[in-house]
Design a protein around this ligand. Structure first.
Ligand SMILES: *[C@@H]1O[C@H](CO)[C@@H](O)[C@H](O)[C@H]1NC(C)=O
Ligand SMILES: *[C@@H]1O[C@H](CO)[C@@H](O)[C@H](O)[C@H]1NC(C)=O
Ligand SMILES: *[C@@H]1O[C@H](CO)[C@@H](O)[C@H](O)[C@H]1NC(C)=O
Length: 357
């Protein structure tokens, strides 16, 4: 039907051109358009121009006229693309666009752990509106954290209902005496599932054993549970070294036990010693012993200077070394203190031992 019409109009034109100039259909650009499909126009014909969909006319005029010499009058009509409103930022997501004119596209994405509700892109339509409102990014939800048998879970945020959002963390605690195995912290991940749940297991330690020369707070020969403790002490004059108590550990073994250390005899005769800040004759040390880690000082002679000085020694688990310089009894000695402005010269009595306070 259309082809036939075109054919007819051509025939008509060929007959007409021989007598008059006609205007051929204008070559329109810049998104300007006109109605109809007519190809030739007689002089005097007015054509109404318009903008394509999505474009707005500015300047003018919007009409052109076919002149007698077969040309169209000029037009300054411009068609500019429709403008869509500037999109607003979305929470927990991003948007990407280059322009906001007709046919521009906005792409939306959500941050990790958020799901998009609605289309992920919008197009600026011919009437200057976006094809779809901005989508929402809602947090992924995980459901409640699995609770281990004999344990409990504590969330870092208040939980409403039976869902937890992405990023919520949980801390696990096992009811005593159960021990926790695995990671005590779990998290609602971006994939909507919880990280691994730890286990609560019974842990027992064998009945505690006593230490040499000591005694313990528990005498019952039962198994002990995780975190139960036993205290130790030593028979006098033994001294306890190490932790006062052992604890039943997750491994089912006791933590390191303390030990009892022996006192030392002071194997010198007829001398003064400095013990617990006091100068005493060795015969007055009753009984003759010092305890583990206690320090005494004995008196040595500096022959060149002609004076005495103190040398200390410590009792280590039954062993007290007497310094080699120890000379026993001094009949008479002066001791000099070489402190700058405090030079003192003190007479020390027989077997004596002097301290500068
Ligand atoms: C939007 O996404 C499409 C398809 O992935 C892509 O071709 C286009 O370049 C994107 N546009 C922008 C502004 O990021
Ligand atoms: C704009 O155009 C779209 C698609 O043609 C239509 O759905 C929408 O209702 C129009 N909006 C307005 C404000 O005219
Ligand atoms: C000298 O010794 C005395 C007491 O022993 C002290 O009070 C004083 O400050 C000392 N003087 C100096 C200069 O060290």
């Amino acid at each position: 039907m259309e082809r036939l019409f075109l054919l007819c109009s051509c025939l008509l034109v060929t007959t007409v051109t021989s007598q008059h100039s006609v205007c051929s259909r204008p070559n329109l650009q810049g998104n300007i358009e006109m109605a109809g499909i007519q190809r030739f126009f007689n002089p005097g014909v007015e054509l109404a121009l318009s903008c394509k969909q999505g474009y707005t006319p500015v300047l003018g005029p919007r009409k052109i006229v076919c002149t007698i010499n077969g040309e169209w009058t000029n037009t300054k009509l411009k068609c500019i693309p429709k403008q869509c409103p500037h999109p607003e930022l979305i929470t927990n997501g991003e948007l990407y666009y280059e322009d906001t004119v007709f046919q521009s596209t906005i792409n939306y994405t959500c941050h990790e752990g958020y799901i998009m509700t609605g289309p992920s892109s919008a197009v600026c339509q011919a009437n200057g509106t976006w094809s779809t409102p901005a989508p929402e990014c809602i947090p992924v939800s995980c459901g409640l954290a699995p609770v281990p048998l004999y344990g409990m879970v504590i969330y870092d945020k208040a939980i409403r209902g039976t869902t937890t959002n992405y990023g919520v963390t949980a801390t696990y605690i096992c009811n005593p005496p159960y021990a926790l195995f695995g990671n005590p912290f779990a998290e609602c991940t971006a994939s909507g599932s919880w990280t691994e749940t730890p286990e609560c297991r019974v842990v027992t330690c064998p009945p505690p054993e006593n230490i040499d020369r000591g005694y313990m707070s528990a005498n019952d020969k039962r198994e002990f549970f995780y975190r139960e403790t036993v205290k130790y002490d030593c028979e006098s004059p033994y001294v306890l070294e190490g932790n006062l108590e052992t604890v039943c550990q997750k491994s089912g073994r006791w933590s390191e036990k303390p030990s009892c250390k022996a006192p030392c005899a002071v194997a010198i005769r007829k001398a003064k010693i400095l013990y617990k800040g006091k100068k005493i004759w060795i015969k007055d040390l009753e009984p003759n012993r010092v305890l583990h880690l206690e320090i005494i000082s004995v008196f040595c002679m500096n022959k060149a200077m002609g004076c005495g000085y103190e040398v200390s020694t410590q009792c280590i688990d039954g062993v007290l070394k007497i310094p080699e310089c120890f000379e026993g009894i001094f009949s008479f000695c002066y001791k000099k203190a070489f402190q700058k402005l405090n030079r003192t010269k003190t007479k020390v009595k027989e077997g004596g031992f002097m301290v500068i306070d």
